[in-house]
Design a protein around this ligand. Structure first.
Ligand SMILES: Cc1cc2nc3c(=O)[nH]c(=O)nc-3n(C[C@H](O)[C@H](O)[C@H](O)COP(=O)(O)OP(=O)(O)OC[C@H]3O[C@@H](n4cnc5c(N)ncnc54)[C@H](O)[C@@H]3O)c2cc1C
Length: 431
């Protein structure tokens, strides 16, 4: 451990591995340190992996990587206690190469991805915790690990240590995240034979489906639940911001039980066997919560930098892209032999030019708007279900009268002005 490296990457999630892989491909001497027994052993993901960003790192990865199913249908449910209003998209173009996205089991995928970085020349050490960054004269020069004589040195240290990023905190890049900046998600993997999955989700062969569920899935609190198809299992999970959980006195595992027993969800799970049960935080503070991402000799990537677009459940792709951009900035810095904040600044330029910062900026007020104005999840979703029920129930009432009655019902509860205000506020938050 006394060698000096060009780059030390802390963490072997998608962000860390994409950085280690790209650096190694450029001939840099890379050490990747992971605290888990193996990459993916500490990770949980409900499991959608996006093709585009992964393909930019390893072309045609789907021919080799351990993937579950290509997703051909994305459904969205607005769920009430005994009903669901749904919409979505199913497209057979997603069933063919190059695909759109895939369900994955992270324990398998992360191991495979990290092995590609090792094949490219990166050195991976597992079961090792980085306890702090070593700082000399205002510059990060290496890391201290929990191994005996475990100090290691490098020109650049990349913090890919996930949502809690204790190392980012140690450097003063961010404070303890507030409860409204992180969501606590619990999920379960439920084994179910392939033919039953295909029958229940109306799929053929290895096609996949994802369902995002809002409303009663979180008992009307800000958050989402999800149900995804793997080859021979389902991922079901639910999460809300920690602040919503505290305010509503929700217990995460009770919420998952509630979801699994919901009459709209239960039939999908029937006869399945629980295989794994996991809980994890997701950074959901968005644009306003992005910490400092560059210092002298150090870069921050992925969840550690709060790069998650909660509205589109995109995190793994932002992690991979930010890891790759960090690697490219390090390669540039190496050419100039300048690993200072200025020398590494092309990382920030790349982030701001990319979908990462643009998308986070677009939704910068969304989480806070929906958290501060609970009527969207608590009142409007049930109202929309009632409206659909009224509209589609054939009872001899002329359709125009029905429409009027529905509109009256919608505005009666909150008043016409407040409804207009709510619509405008929601539009502003996601426009
Ligand atoms: C339940 C759930 C469902 C999700 N669903 C999706 C989805 O469908 N699609 C999507 O795109 N994203 C999803 N996400 C988000 C996605 O998982 C993350 O955005 C992504 O994993 C971030 O990658 P990362 O490499 O930055 O961090 P992580 O994947 O968290 O990896 C960090 C790694 O660093 C290691 N580590 C931490 N500290 C240290 C240390 N001090 N020393 C050594 N190692 C350390 C950890 O063990 C871990 O392996 C989901 C997240 C959760 C929790």
């Amino acid at each position: 451990m006394s060698e000096k490296f060009d780059v030390i990457v802390v963490g072997a999630g998608p962000a860390g591995t994409s950085c280690a892989y790209t650096c190694a491909k450029h001939g840099l001497k890379v050490l990747q340190i992971e605290r888990g027994e193996y990459p993916g052993s500490k990770n949980v993901m409900g499991g959608v992996l996006y093709r585009k960003q992964m393909e930019e790192i390893i072309p045609e990865f789907w021919k080799e990587a351990p993937l579950e199913r290509p997703v051909i249908e994305q459904r969205f449910w607005m769920m009430d206690k005994e009903s669901v209003l749904s919409f979505g998209y199913k497209g057979l173009e997603w069933a063919e190469e190059p695909y759109n996205n895939f369900t994955v089991l992270r324990a398998q995928f992360d191991q495979w991805f990290a092995a590609q970085a090792v094949n490219a020349g990166s050195l991976l050490i597992c079961e090792t915790v980085v306890t702090e960054c070593i700082v000399e004269n205002g510059k990060v020069v290496g890391v201290r690990t929990d191994r005996p004589d475990g100090d290691v040195y490098a020109d650049v240290v990349v913090l890919a240590d996930g949502v809690n990023s204790l190392l980012g905190k140690q450097l003063g890049f961010h404070k303890e995240f507030r409860p409204d900046e992180v969501a606590l998600t619990v999920m379960e993997v439920i084994n179910l034979p392939k033919d039953r999955i295909n029958e229940r989700f109306n799929l053929e062969d290895n096609q996949g489906c994802t369902i995002e569920i809002f409303g009663d899935s979180t008992k009307g609190n800000l958050g989402t639940a999800f149900l995804y198809t793997n080859k021979e299992s389902l991922n079901i999970g639910v999460g809300t911001t920690l602040s919503s959980m505290i305010k509503a006195k929700l217990k995460p595992y009770d919420l998952l039980d509630y979801l699994k027993n919901h009459p709209m969800v239960k039939p999908y799970l029937d006869g399945g066997e629980s295989a794994e049960y996991l809980a994890h935080l997701i950074p959901e503070g968005g644009y306003h919560s992005v910490p400092r991402v560059i210092g002298n000799g150090v870069l921050v990537v992925g969840d550690a930098a709060q790069f998650v677009n909660a509205i589109h459940r995109e995190g793994s792709n932002m992690a991979m892209s930010s890891g790759k951009m960090a690697a490219e900035a390090i390669v540039r810095a190496k050419q100039e032999n300048d690993f200072s904040e200025v020398g590494l600044s092309s990382y920030k330029d790349a982030l701001y030019e990319s979908f990462i910062i643009k998308d986070l900026k677009k939704y910068k007020d969304a989480t806070h708007t929906f958290e501060n104005y609970p009527q969207y999840f608590k009142e409007y979703l049930p109202m929309m279900n009632q409206a659909a029920s009224k509209f589609f129930t054939v009872d001899g009432t002329p359709k125009r009268d029905k429409q009027k009655e529905i509109m009256r019902g919608l505005t009666k509860e909150r008043g016409r002005f407040k409804v207009m205000q709510d619509i405008y506020r929601a539009w502003k938050a996601v426009k």
